[in-house]
Design a binder for this molecule. Sequence first.
Ligand code: HGY
Ligand code: MN
Ligand code: MN
Length: 400
Amino acid sequence: MTNDFGALRLLGEIEDTGRDPHRGGYSRHVFDAAEHDLRDWFIERAQRLGLNVIPDRNGNLWAWWGEPGPDAFVTGSHLDSVPGGGAHDGPLGVVSALAAVGRLQQRGFVPNRPFAVTVFAEEEGSRFGIACLGSRLLSGAISVERAGDLKDAGGNRFADVARAAGLPTPGRDAEALSRIGMFVELHVEQGKGLIDMDAPVAVGSSILEHGRWRIDVRGQGNHAGTTEITDRRDPMLAAAEAVLAARRAASRRAGSRATIGRIEPVPGGTNVIASRVSAWLDVRADSERDTRDIIAEVEQAVIDAAAAEGCTASVVEESYSGEVRFDPALRDRIAATLGNVPVLPTGAGHDAGVLAAHVPTAMLFVRNPSGVSHAPEEGADDAAVEAGVDALVRTIEELA
Ligand code: HGY
Ligand code: MN
Ligand code: MN
């Protein structure tokens, strides 16, 4: 049998799915056409490996190698992307898991414990605004009421979209959670650590503290050409101040990151003073204290700038996750199995970070020659991709 389950070949099979001609890269969002095509592709590929694919109540896919059961070895990642994202963030973990299963089957390996490959839903939160929505629902980290009321850009509620996708009762899934004995997620590195270390693969150690806030500023819409500067109540001034205040606050705290990458003025006309504007702030730091101090600084700057312009502003927390430390015993066992590969922290959130509160989790990172992620320039060199599959194969042989 040709090795048509090679990770590079599998990546090639989906390289045209969900391309974004406007932004570049890929836009694959939960339950949209592209993500639906990727789900179908994954199900077909998994079934060709003899895996039994069972969707759970939250839109996550579980491809079982043998019978579902307790204390399972679970590996996988996600297929959805950020708007204009790269080809590897998520899919690399999924194709590497399929490739590892294919290679192990060719060697006659049979797991000694239940084994599943998973695809988690809405990991990026690009459609409904909360990252890792599928694993947060699974683990109860978000209430079904709150999740159900989340809306996409078109005003569609998650509950209604999920129901239309055949998921009438999303929510905490104690049975699915209880089956996980350990979760190992392989992921493209989203920084330059492995470039600097000149290594193809690393084991993850931790994930930074991470929060998302929505900023709303309200003013008075008006005509750009007839409204004197002194007569304006332009909410964009406070939005602009938020961007600058975020950079100032993070720059003063080593290792912290604060980003406003999304601003939505209403009505959004070139010759129109906006009546209101929404902006979303993403803050990461290695302590809750720094994270909270950054948001407090930005909030005060926004409120002051809004008041100076005769506008009003509000800042609402949308999600918050504390620092994640992956299971030390699992981390060290995998690092030893792989011959003491580097151990790397990350500032990127992952489903493994959500599950870490419930089951032993670990991550494998694969070198990204650009060090860029959440952009079309994201990549993973072929040698590193193959090294990643090798590492996952050896981890499965050791632990499953
Ligand atoms: O935002 C993150 O860190 C992840 O890519 N969802
Ligand atoms: Mn991502
Ligand atoms: Mn990811």
